[in-house]
Design a protein around this ligand. Structure first.
Ligand SMILES: Cc1cc2nc3c(=O)[nH]c(=O)nc-3n(C[C@H](O)[C@H](O)[C@H](O)COP(=O)(O)O)c2cc1C
Length: 215
């Protein structure tokens, strides 16, 4: 049975990245009425930051040269590592069970919110592969970072996630759906960019619906 893991990470409830991820998820669920679906709100229900027990577990994995995710539990052989494993295990199981991982994320400080980074840190064991899961990321940003934009080089959100999924999870084909210039909704100094934002938002929404159907 195919399944979708859907994560959101915006601190806002009324959020553009949430709207976009919901559009993808609604379309996907309509296409797969019997598919599995799991939702996590990383902002409302935060994942703890990794602690020393997690680093003990990671060091044991590195020392053993292990790549077998099914054997991670055996390496959690101190109380601190076992406590860390109790947090990691369900998160890892959710990702491994998913054919599609969908992440809604705002751009915060040119990158991702701490809520999403905490989730990634928990899952980052050396040499681990999550392919053939497919990853889709819906983003919202206050400014513009598409090719040609003056601040294109400041986009550490898409670049970081793309490189992270390729480098750590061996997932090379992450798809990004970005809505730009969102700050024009609130900031009167950016009102002249509102039309561009509306077009970017509409295109992102259409793409989220299209891809949700296709995946
Ligand atoms: C803490 C914080 C940091 C932000 N940093 C940036 C930034 O570096 N670049 C940018 O373009 N927009 C930035 N923004 C604006 C958000 O990207 C924008 O509000 C976007 O709509 C957030 O996504 P959401 O609607 O899903 O919450 C920031 C917003 C917040 C709250």
């Amino acid at each position: 049975m195919t399944s979708l893991l859907h994560l959101d990470s915006s601190a806002r409830r009324n959020s553009i990245s949430r709207e976009l991820s919901a559009a993808f998820a609604d379309a996907w669920r309509a296409e797969h009425p019997y598919g599995g679906y799991r939702y996590r709100d990383l902002a409302a229900d935060p994942i703890p930051f990794i602690g020393e027990g997690w680093t003990e577990l990671c060091d044991r994995v590195l020392a053993g040269g292990g790549t077998d995710l099914d054997r991670l539990a055996e390496l959690a052989d101190t109380p601190a590592a076992a406590a860390a494993w109790a947090i990691v295990e369900p998160l890892l199981a959710e990702v491994r069970a998913a054919d599609v991982v969908l992440i809604g994320t705002p751009m915060y400080n040119y990158s991702i919110p701490a809520s999403l980074k905490a989730w990634l840190d928990q899952l980052t064991f050396p040499r681990m592969s999550l392919a053939p899961s497919r990853f889709v990321v819906t983003t919202a940003r206050g400014g513009a970072y598409s090719p040609g934009a003056p601040k294109a080089a400041y986009d550490y959100q898409e670049r970081f996630l793309r490189d992270f999924f390729a480098g750590h999870f061996a997932v090379e084909d992450t798809v990004f759906i970005n809505a730009e210039l969102a700050n024009s909704r609130q900031d009167p100094a950016l009102a002249h960019l509102r039309e561009k934002h509306d077009a970017s938002y509409a295109a992102a929404l259409a793409e989220a619906r299209r891809l949700g159907k296709e995946y």
